[in-house]
Design a binder for this molecule. Structure first.
Ligand SMILES: Nc1nc2[nH]cnc2c(=O)[nH]1
Length: 145
């Protein structure tokens, strides 16, 4: 999560929204580390998690991340959770909750990551609240304009 928070700060310095994510092996080796690029790309789908999943798949040359974990600074939205499930990640780890994302003024679809994974029927572990104070602070310090 430390690396993800560093990437979030790099994104803020590039005038991006305060979200970042990475894909790591179960041993902790990094496959990708990306920030949200919705603003610079004008594409609503360019969440940090989508960028990290895309880059991770590109780096291994296949759209399958089984054996890998998605780590995100904030609770993945349904779009990102579905993409992680499509890529067969083993687990999703996140920091700030969707309630904090909403509190900072960013749009959130009120379907939680755990509920979304349950709907997929896949057995993907979800661990929320990791370094949640630091992740929440990064959002609240950089609210939606
Ligand atoms: N988790 C997450 N929530 C968001 N809400 C708006 N953008 C993002 C993003 O990149 N990640």
């Amino acid at each position: 999560m430390d690396q993800v928070l560093d990437e979030l700060r790099r994104g803020i310095m590039r005038q991006q929204s305060p979200f970042a994510a990475g894909v790591f092996s179960l041993q902790g080796d990094r496959l990708s580390l990306e920030c949200n690029t919705v603003k610079s790309s004008s594409k609503p789908s360019r969440h940090g998690e989508i960028n990290a999943i895309d880059q991770a798949c590109r780096s291994i040359g296949k759209p399958n991340l089984s054996g890998y974990v998605l780590v995100s600074s904030a609770e993945p939205c349904p779009m990102c959770t579905a993409t992680a499930a499509n890529a067969n990640v083993d687990a999703i780890v996140f920091g700030a909750s969707r309630q904090t994302v909403a509190e900072a003024g960013y749009q959130t679809l009120q379907l939680g990551c755990v509920e979304m994974i349950r709907l997929t029927g896949q057995s993907i572990s979800v661990i929320g609240g990791v370094q949640s104070d630091r992740c929440a602070q990064a959002l609240l310090d950089n609210p939606h304009p």
